[in-house]
Design a protein around this ligand. Structure first.
Ligand SMILES: Cc1cc2nc3c(=O)[nH]c(=O)nc-3n(C[C@H](O)[C@H](O)[C@H](O)COP(=O)(O)OP(=O)(O)OC[C@H]3O[C@@H](n4cnc5c(N)ncnc54)[C@H](O)[C@@H]3O)c2cc1C
Length: 750
């Protein structure tokens, strides 16, 4: 229980305490207990002596009159606090229940040895022997903070055989169908359109999402047969007219994903030693093509670990061009994805360090659907769910008992406009649990939570740069590219051997594509801000005019208080897609849900399901909060509304901070990769960026003007981050006294 309280208290936002030894914790606990009991006994004695002597006063006043009592009170409070801290630390230290637990140092050495072993069998990270840590997979996963690379094999749930309805076979729905079917549930998966989709969403999966796929046993869906590309990090291009302090011109920063999954506090914060024996040093990540952004153009690359890298790739690297993919990649599910797709997994380095993956979202989802179809426990219904069914139709809090859906009968009929369409039939399906995963445009989320309302932050316009196989014009292949353009950023990454995606963020009103305003805006305003090497391919893509646009929406996690229903993916929670974190959150949610449902005994038991829902909300908080806050905050920092010089200064400060390297680069890229579920570390880096920015106002001698700018910068920083943190309720900064204090000094809510 104590561990549960501690976990709840710390939820997703703690300093890792893996370095704390078991014996140290025991000693600290005994000391704190002794002090507490001693002070309690002394207080009781004082109370006994005081009460009869001071009948005219209330006992408490009389007690306060006694000189030793305030001191004893303080000792009591301090010892109680110490005891709580010890329990809190113990809650994160899986070694607590195992007296013969090896020290964390030993454990880390084991992990390092494990990492460097070619077979890389398991990583029950979190400090405990697998069998000691907990009884269920769910506990194993969550006590370890979900960090680990090996699949925890699914177990048959005690509720196996019970039915679950899943609405939507997108990333979340299809993955959940496989995960739940493997645990013995009978899954009825509804999808309105099973054909291959061509969308600009969900094209880059961060390493955190790849790890979740690995643990779900679905990683081959992102790696094999869809012409996907591995991603090793990000390159950030300088803001326009930006000069680093001292006049040195840094044009781009290369931020590589960490060499291995961060586990200790030092690693989570971003300090990862690039030791010669580490996988990063053994295994060059960007090995397929040489850089195209030559040194002559003044490019200076700063490695994530703080080393300047010129050139970033090993000399004499061999470029292996991939064959052309077939023109029609993966069609309807009746036609499985062509095995002739080149597998970037096989071409790229077979490293064990974290990598992301980029691909056509439609192809990836088709692979997930194919996996779901292959499960004997999954029935896919090609129909549109129109509403949820309630046990008592008139009650707003009534339990969900199933869905009503429309399905084609195969007969052709004429509609009201005289067009020939397929006749639809309305049917019903019932199950003790319904999982809503109908995505960004969810029409069912308001049936679950009326208050759930997305906010539109901006829009993305998507274009494709076509190129010969493995000859992307990107200066750094296998990296996401972020160009800090005015007024908002441009994203580029390769999504197949012959295509590179460009996403241009557009603030406010979108110029019309039909009148040519959009093409004009892109070629006159955006194109000149791109690195020279990308301008000609970008102009060609604009000239082709095949634009696709999507709104970038954000929504805090909805409340799923209704019985009989759960939500995952974009239906539940959304954030700006700048950092490509949506699928990572969705897949981690699916993972958490699968492990939790693995231990459920009866899906129809409302009390047990409410407990499960509460646990799900808590388990997902740290991951989701980190990715949500990072995405929305980074979009705000990288967007510079006209007439706001402080916002520009903050963006420049962010670029300068990243270019410092070391933990200044390693920390943010860890967070972006979805491998660091620590909102507090995110908040820390965010404020370090702001402090980095104010140095120039205060250095060498602070002036009144400089102090004024400093205040403005800190206020802008608070304006951006504080509302995001308080919505997520996940760090101490979200606690109301802290918010009130910060709001008093920097009134950010204006
Ligand atoms: C512009 C943009 C770019 C993005 N880029 C990235 C990125 O690079 N990386 C990343 O990780 N995330 C990205 N995201 C977010 C990511 O796309 C989503 O988080 C992810 O797709 C969510 O998956 P989902 O399964 O919840 O929804 P979807 O993948 O949208 O799936 C929902 C499914 O439900 C079906 N459906 C809907 N309603 C019904 C109904 N009534 N009946 C039956 N079926 C129904 C739909 O047909 C669909 O197949 C981006 C988002 C946007 C907007």
């Amino acid at each position: 229980m104590v561990r549960a309280i501690g976990l709840r208290f710390l939820e997703g936002d703690v300093w890792a305490v893996r370095r704390v030894r078991h014996s140290q914790l025991r000693r600290q606990e005994s000391l704190a207990r002794l002090a507490m009991l001693g002070s309690l006994a002394a207080l009781w004695r004082a109370h006994e002596q005081v009460s009869p002597a001071s009948a005219h006063m209330s006992t408490s006043f009389a007690l306060l009159d006694t000189p030793q009592v305030p001191m004893l009170g303080m000792v009591l409070v301090v010892s109680l606090t110490c005891l709580c801290l010890v329990y809190v630390r113990a809650s994160k230290c899986a070694a607590w229940t195992t007296p013969d637990e090896p020290s964390t140092k030993t454990r880390l050495n084991e992990i390092k040895a494990d990492r460097s072993s070619p077979s890389f069998r398991s990583l029950p990270s979190g400090g405990g022997k697998e069998e000691d840590v907990a009884t269920s997979n769910a506990d194993r996963l969550f006590l370890s903070g979900g960090v680990g690379m090996q699949r925890v094999p699914p177990r048959l749930s005690p509720a196996a055989g019970q039915s679950i309805i899943i609405i939507g076979a997108g990333t979340a729905g299809a993955a959940a169908a496989v995960g739940l079917a493997e645990r013995g549930f009978k899954v009825l998966l509804f999808e309105r359109d099973m054909s291959l989709q061509d969308r600009i969403v969900g094209e880059l999966l961060q390493p955190g999402g790849v790890r979740a796929l690995e643990r779900l046993g679905l990683d081959e869906c992102a790696k094999e047969g869809i012409d996907s590309v591995h991603v090793d990090g990000y390159v950030v291009f300088t803001p326009p007219q930006h000069k680093k302090e001292g006049g040195e011109k840094v044009q781009s920063i290369l931020l590589k994903y960490p060499a291995y999954d961060p586990a200790t506090l030092k690693e989570l914060f971003g300090v990862i030693d690039p030791s010669p024996s580490s996988p990063a040093a053994d295994c060059p990540t960007l090995s397929l093509s040489p850089p195209r952004f030559s040194e002559k153009e003044g490019d200076k690359l700063v490695h994530g670990a703080g080393r300047a890298v010129t050139p970033p790739f090993p000399e004499g690297t061999k470029v292996t061009p991939a064959p052309n993919p077939p023109s029609s990649p993966c069609g309807h599910l009746s036609m499985p994805p062509s095995p002739s797709f080149p597998s970037a997994a096989r071409q790229g380095p077979t490293s064990l360090h974290p990598q992301g993956r980029s691909f056509h979202n439609g192809r990836f989802v088709q692979r997930l659907r194919a996996r779901a179809l292959a499960e004997p426990n999954v029935t896919v219904v090609n129909g549109i769910v129109s509403r949820l069914l309630y046990a008592e139709p008139d009650s707003p809090t009534s339990r969900v008992i199933g869905v009503e859906y429309k399905i084609g009968t195969g007969r052709r009929v004429r509609n009201a406009d005289g067009e020939e369409v397929e006749e639809k039939e309305v049917r019903r399906a019932m199950a003790p649990l319904t999982l809503v995963a109908d995505g960004l445009w969810s029409s069912l989320r308001t049936h679950v939570d009326k208050a759930a309302k997305p906010t539109q932050l901006s829009s993305f316009v998507g274009l494709i740069l076509s190129h010969p196989p493995m000859a992307s014009p990107l200066p750094h292949p296998h990296c996401g590219h972020v160009v800090l353009a005015d007024p908002s950023p441009v994203l580029l990454y390769q999504i197949s051997s012959t295509e590179t995606r460009v996403l241009v963020d557009i603030f406010g009103r979108m110029p019309s594509a039909s009148t040519g305003d959009l093409a004009h805006y892109l070629s006159t305003h955006i194109q000149p801000q791109l690195p020279p090497v990308l301008q000609a391919p970008f102009a060609a893509a604009v000239a082709r005019g095949e634009f696709k646009s999507m709104p970038n929406r954000s929504m805090p996690a909805a409340n799923v208080d209704r019985d009989g229903v759960l939500m995952v993916g974009d239906a539940l929670n959304m954030r700006h897609p700048l950092t490509g974190g949506g699928m990572t959150v969705a897949l981690r949610d699916v993972e958490a849900l699968c492990y939790l449902l693995e231990t459920s005994t009866d899906l129809g038991n409302p009390a047990a399901m409410r407990v499960l829902k509460g646990r799900f909300a808590r388990e997902r908080k740290a991951w989701a909060a980190t990715i949500n806050v990072l995405a929305n905050a980074l979009h705000a920092v990288f967007s510079t509304p006209a007439g706001n010089p402080t916002r520009k200064d903050l963006r420049d400060a962010c670029f300068d901070y990243l270019s410092v390297g070391g933990y200044c680069a390693g920390g943010p890229i860890n967070l972006l990769s979805g491998l660091t579920p620590r909102p507090s570390i995110l908040a820390l880096h965010f404020f370090l960026v702001a402090f980095h920015g104010v140095r120039k106002y205060l250095w060498p001698v602070p002036s009144w003007g400089g102090l004024g700018r400093t205040y403005e910068m800190l206020q802008v920083a608070c304006e951006i981050i504080m509302p995001l943190l308080s919505v997520e309720k996940s760090t101490v900064l979200a606690a109301w006294p802290v918010r009130a204090l910060v709001g008093l000094i920097f009134p950010y809510g204006r």
